[in-house]
Design a protein around this ligand. Structure first.
Ligand code: SF4
Length: 366
């Protein structure tokens, strides 16, 4: 989804780092407890240094909700995360995204019109009461509202298995449509003992998603054709290269990686799982990590007694996360000190109600 960030005033767009750092420190001091800055693990270090808390998207949203003294929540992450924070925080808290162009390419691979059309097609083929929609938290608020309205749930990479099990247990004929990340959906289905014959992929740009009616009627899982451009880059040849260089090393990857990569890895799990596993490993441990490069580099810096390298030496950072920089953070905070709120992320009331239902359902399941 394209959003337009207006150009920053030259005072910030042309400023050097030392001016920006001083400006952020000054604004933080002025705003005091009314301000809480959240930093996603994939943010660059110069932003993370100013975060009052860091975490993955759900952990940060929960933290935001717990910060009742903070009127302004500045979310250094991407758009869907700021939306989730707005849904979970109280009405008098204001959530701000420093750069409106910080979206998520995966979240943008499924939009409400495409998902509604898919649902209409499925209604004509299967008993729609058996279809449980599950959306990954990396999705727009109106998709979370869609799954809330139709009896489904949100999931994260930490709890996808529990949420899918819950959906399968709703009835013996339960069928799941999982969006927008096909890889997390597929990896979760495999983990639960299903195989490729149980799954079809829904390509929103093709008639019936590129399937025939019988395939859709037979499938237990309909996986939306979306992916994370960062995690999909990791390949089995990256793993082979790492093993050649570090025969005693372990490969740990995020479940947004493709199934063949997850199958060949020693360990797979959410961002939180990756951090905890590496932190708990003994001195001398060696890890080849398949996730966003800023997190991998930070882990390497924080654990100098271990060898921590990216599985793909050419991996690029998440371009949209990278949009949040010192210039935007300094500008947005300076505006707040003047009493002006810019870049507020506000989810409409009716969307908020059903999206919260889907988020609450997830929190009840896990
Ligand atoms: S790393 Fe992937 S899923 Fe995460 S924000 Fe970037 S594009 Fe989206």
């Amino acid at each position: 989804m394209f959003r337009m960030q207006k150009p920053l005033p030259p005072e910030f767009s042309e400023a050097g780092d030392s001016f920006l750092i001083e400006s952020i420190k000054r604004s933080k001091e002025i705003l005091g407890e009314s301000l809480f800055i959240l930093g996603h693990h994939y943010q660059r270090d110069d932003i993370i240094q100013f975060a009052d808390a860091r975490g993955d998207s759900l952990a940060l949203s929960k933290l935001a909700a717990a910060q009742t003294a903070a009127k302004y929540i500045v979310f250094c992450g991407v758009h869907f995360m700021a939306e989730a924070a707005d849904i979970l925080t109280s009405d008098d808290q204001i959530v701000i995204l420093p750069d409106l162009n910080a979206g998520c390419s995966m979240a943008d691979m499924a939009n409400i019109d495409q998902v509604s059309l898919c649902w209409q097609d499925l209604e004509a083929i299967v008993d729609i009461k058996n279809v449980v929609p599950i959306t990954y938290i990396n999705s727009a608020a109106n998709l979370k509202a869609f799954v809330g309205r139709y009896g489904g749930s949100v999931c994260t990479s930490s709890n996808a298995q529990s949420v899918v099990k819950w959906a399968l247990n709703k009835s013996e004929n339960s069928k799941i449509i999982f969006f927008p990340d096909q890889h997390l959906g597929r990896n979760t289905a495999y983990d639960l003992g299903f195989n490729e014959n149980d799954m079809v992929v829904w390509d929103p740009h093709m008639e019936l998603g590129g399937n025939d009616k019988q395939e859709l009627a037979d499938a237990k899982f309909i996986l939306w054709k979306g992916h994370c451009s960062i995690h999909q880059r990791f390949s089995t040849s990256n793993i082979a290269d790492f093993r050649k260089q570090y025969p005693n090393g372990q490969v740990i990857v995020h479940p947004e990686c493709s199934h063949d990569v997850v199958s060949e890895a020693d360990l797979a799990g959410s961002t939180d799982y990756i951090i905890k596993t590496i932190t708990a490993a003994p001195t001398g441990a060696i890890f080849g990590v398949g996730t966003e490069i800023h997190l991998v580099n930070r882990l390497a810096t924080e654990h100098p007694d271990k060898t921590i390298v990216s599985l793909d030496p050419l991996v690029c950072p998440c371009a949209t996360m990278f949009r949040i920089d010192l210039k935007h953070l300094a500008w947005i905070l300076n505006m707040l000190t003047k009493g002006t709120v810019t870049n507020q992320i506000k989810v409409e009331k009716d969307i908020q109600e059903f999206a919260k239902l889907a988020l609450d359902r997830m929190l009840e399941i896990v």
